[in-house]
Design a protein around this ligand. Structure first.
Ligand code: UDP
Ligand code: MG
Length: 323
């Protein structure tokens, strides 16, 4: 076990690294670079961060000009750094690659489309200066998201909490982590890291800052429904075995009711002359139990799949180039 001394030393100006995963973000990147550099400039002038602070773009195997743009920005300003993954591995993995590669006393992760208000970074740094090791960016309102996205996201957070998974409500992956917090995350060996669930698990002093989320200023969402569902399923199966336990409980309840049903049927048969052809009472349980069994096998399958992927211990990503 490694012991980590607090890296949140009060009064010492920290070096900041802003990690930005990018997948086909050529439309937003120039503007993002401009805004991030302006922010860094201001933070350095205000002596909130050291002049060695920088932005680390993680190119998640983009197929467009994203990497070329990162190259160009790096040539113009060394405060822009880049890391290119060898293939598209998805937002979570790209984020992890960036967090693990980033140098700095504090690391802030943010999406390339800057939907999350940059001004919150300053508040995060203030919270860090007060000794917090993790600062969650939490969105105040979801009025810019579609009804579907808002409804599904809030329902999902509620479900996770009901299942006993500790997540911060309305927090995505916009957060500040101290060096110590990042090092703690590295100790989690699982290949499929669901950061929103893991970060609260590491403990340490944490707090939240609130901000308004705006619309993507260019380009399209890189999170289609399919990826969203995969991430949602990961969040559940990585953190709780409750669905498995639920199957056993439902199984118990159904078995008990069947027992009562058998007694009732026998009673009708032997003690009354009301024994009907019994269509409904035989057809309904067939559908019900069939559905229940398929659902249960599906849930078991989800966990088996998880074990299958974890036992392979496959590497999460490969870094192709580093700027
Ligand atoms: N992203 C990534 N790899 C992917 C998909 C997305 O690195 O396979 C990045 C993307 O470039 C962006 C962030 O993850 O910086 C969040 O994606 P997006 O803004 O499209 O998601 P939304 O805000 O619509 O949920
Ligand atoms: Mg976005």
């Amino acid at each position: 076990m490694t012991t980590y001394l607090s890296s949140a030393s009060v009064g010492v100006t920290p070096q900041l690294a802003i990690v930005v995963p990018c997948y086909n973000e050529q439309e937003v990147l120039p503007e993002t670079t401009k805004r991030l550099l302006a922010l860094l400039d201001k933070l350095v002038t205000d002596r909130k961060v050291t002049p060695t602070s920088h932005v680390l773009y993680v190119d998640d195997g983009s197929k467009d000009q994203t990497w070329a743009l990162i190259h160009q920005a790096h040539a113009q300003n060394p405060a822009i750094k880049g890391l290119k993954l060898s293939a598209n591995r998805g937002h979570q993995i790209a984020l992890i690659a960036g967090l693990f590669a980033a140098e700095g006393d504090v690391v802030v992760s943010i999406d390339a489309d800057l939907q999350d208000d940059l001004a919150a970074i300053e508040s995060m740094l203030d919270a860090y200066a007060q000794g917090h090791e993790v600062v969650y960016g939490v969105r105040k309102l979801r009025h810019v998201d579609s009804f579907f996205k808002r409804f599904s996201a809030e329902g999902y957070y509620t479900l996770l909490n009901l299942l006993g998974v500790k997540v911060v409500f309305n927090h995505a992956d916009y957060r500040l982590m101290s060096r110590r917090a990042v090092e703690a995350i590295k100790e989690y060996g699982e290949v499929n890291l669901f950061l929103r669930g893991i970060v609260p698990l590491i403990g340490f002093r944490s707090t939240a800052v609130y901000y308004d989320r705006s619309e993507r200023f260019a380009g399209e969402s890189k999170y289609p429904l399919k990826k969203m569902l995969a991430l949602a399923m990961d969040g559940i199966t990585s953190f709780t075995a409750f669905p498995l336990r639920m199957i056993s409980m439902i199984g118990l309840v159904v078995s008990f009711s069947s027992l009562c049903m058998i007694l009732w049927v026998l009673w009708i048969k032997f003690f009354t002359d009301a024994a009907l052809p019994g269509w409904a009472s035989s057809v309904i349980p067939i559908y019900f139990l069939g559905g229940l069994q398929l659902l249960s096998i599906g849930v078991l399958g989800e966990y088996v799949a998880k074990i299958y992927f974890e036992t392979k211990r496959r590497p999460r990503y490969f870094i192709e180039e580093l700027l």
